[in-house]
Design a protein around this ligand. Sequence first.
Ligand code: NAP
Length: 267
Amino acid sequence: MTTKIRVAVAGAAGRMGKEVVKMVLEDAELELAAAINRSGEGTDAGTLVGLPACGIKVQSDLELALVESKAQVLVDFTTPQFAYKNTELAIRLGVAPVVGTTGFTPEQIEDLDKQCKSKGIGGLIAPNFSIGAILMMKFAAQAAKHFPNLEIIEYHGDQKLDAPSGTAVKTAELIAQNREELRQGNPNEEETIDGARGGYYNGFRIHSVRLPGVFAQQEVIFGGFGQTLKIRHDSYERAGYMPGVALAVKKVMEYQGMVYGFEHFID
Ligand code: NAP
């Protein structure tokens, strides 16, 4: 019998964190080692997610939780403000981080990569764990070779903290690898309302729509002579990310350094 991977979940009482706790408790290859959340201390993690009590209580001190639980992997779905510190702490303790929280800067990712390498462990920062979204990004990067004029529109709920979304940033970076910087549109264009043309990245624009009722969608629109091409992905619920998170937890210890993007974990 193979030993189960011991998984700690930070942000366990959050919308994504609860899905992760449920997934870990239901996966025969994984074991819930600890559940960490700022609020809700003492609540049983199983009960929290609508399953029978599992004996793991929500804790608020991440360091204590990681040390006491002997966790091997930390899954973090907290907030951009805390995820960086949480990830540094996990690396320092030799726990492989799998980070879904968005909002990391390229400098932070580079820094965490160095920390992982000096500790000899692997980690993953994945702005999107959905296979459909990964394919959308890959197809968009491929299309940019033929259609260098494009705009990205991403749609999320109105309570999202960061804009543009981590997925939009990642898509933009992948596109930029396949396309020379090209400042699009009319050079004399003027915005009569600030921000009307969206955020500027490598010559193209990214628009962030924030509305109640929306979950997570993204469209990349390419314009060419007499034609447009639209590549679109729609996520409808958080459970859709869980097969990706489970795969990441099982594979992360095979890597060295901080991997940025779930696409590197799938063929
Ligand atoms: P959420 O519902 O607000 O959950 C965040 C949770 O983290 C809350 O329970 C919060 O506790 C807890 N928390 C905050 N700071 C903490 C800390 N220092 N230590 C421990 N727990 C802490 O947010 P969400 O919708 O689950 O999203 C979480 C993150 O995942 C966001 O950055 C979002 O953009 C990202 N996300 C990523 C993907 C992906 O595929 N990678 C998919 C969806 C969302 P309190 O309520 O007590 O403050």
